[in-house]
Write a protein that binds this ligand. Sequence first.
Ligand code: NAP
Length: 401
Amino acid sequence: MELKRQHLIDPVICIRCNTCEETCPVNAITHDDRNYVVDASICNNCRACVPPCPTGAIDSWLMSSRPWTLEEQFSWDDLPPEAKLEEGLESGPEPAEVTAIIDVATASTGGRVPPPFSAAHPYVNVYSRESPATARVAGNFRLTDPDAESDIHHVVLDFGIRPFPVLEGQSIGIIPPGVDDKGRPHNIRLYSVASPRDGERPHHNNLAVTVKRVRAKDDSGKLIEGIGSNYVCDLKKGDQVLVTGPFGDTFLMPNHPEANIVMICTGTGAAPFRGFTERRRRKAPDAAGKLLLFFGARTPGELPYCGPLMKLPPSLIDVNLAYSRVPGEPKQYVQDKMRERDTDLAALLKSEHSYIYICGLKGMEQGVEEALSDICRLHDLNWTEIRAQLRREGRYHVETY
Ligand code: NAP
């Protein structure tokens, strides 16, 4: 009987972030409301999807006499035991070939962008669903105004003496307790770390996350409550939380003080940029590199960290806020604010020390790209070439959901 290797995704540690589906150059990856799966009839084992996966769930392989179907994969709560045996073993091309494949993928499909050259080396996947870290809630504060529609929380998790090393820009997973209506454990929820590497409280083994309570009505008017976000937003001081990760090894801040960091975000997408800004403020407030923030929210009352942000000195950070739903005022998005700053952005795009980060709503990506493209046209720059160079050099990072 001939055995063939099949590429699979481990449903236990997959955080359903869609990165693999977006990265796959041959569209072999798809999903339903439960699992991400690989179509064996399309997958060519190129591994372009493996490096960008934040958890490593994608790096799972099965030797089998016949391919597992999509239907079978959709039904899994866990990989079949034989798949686990083969995980990471003889799983693909040699490292040199992998690098070549990734380069091709980056050029042609928008695949992996390396981290900034001066970023600190991150720890990833230290804690898994099977072996999570337990954190204690040190604080939970509502960030949005009492009368604001959005309920956004700043939650501080303390790890005591358990090591949980994170860098700004990384994410953690939180496991909501209990099971779903089919009796299966809930999926892990992923949140960006909103504090700097030396802790939300300096020199403490803790970190912060920024979480928006999901409460929406479906087409029939039925109220849908987000399991993970409601769990986190309702946590009380002293509660214990199961945490996985850290995840992410590319969306990291440059360490060298000459680095100009352009941060573009909407809503809770501001989380990693709070970490970046706080790191600069604590460690290099007089750095030569600029911090330039474009931040979009519906109203000032819905903008997380609005108060503390406005207290930061202009010498540290150049803040540009865009509000979309202030009564009596025109709707503004981050891309409108970027166009207003075209001369400054064009100057930054010319510098080899400039880094661009985009985080937040998926929909903003296109508008932001168009704004950058228009700004380049206005200033005799070629956005297509600049973008490719920025990506190659680890200077253009996007994290949108
Ligand atoms: P939101 O409140 O729904 O929107 C924030 C602002 O973005 C609003 O002013 C909105 O305007 C505007 N906006 C809508 N479409 C836009 C577009 N195409 N271009 C530019 N701006 C646009 O945001 P949110 O609910 O906080 O969502 C934040 C996103 O960040 C989520 O997708 C979340 O998954 C993601 N994220 C969160 C974290 C985290 O750690 N929590 C980390 C990374 C990413 P209008 O609605 O008025 O049109």
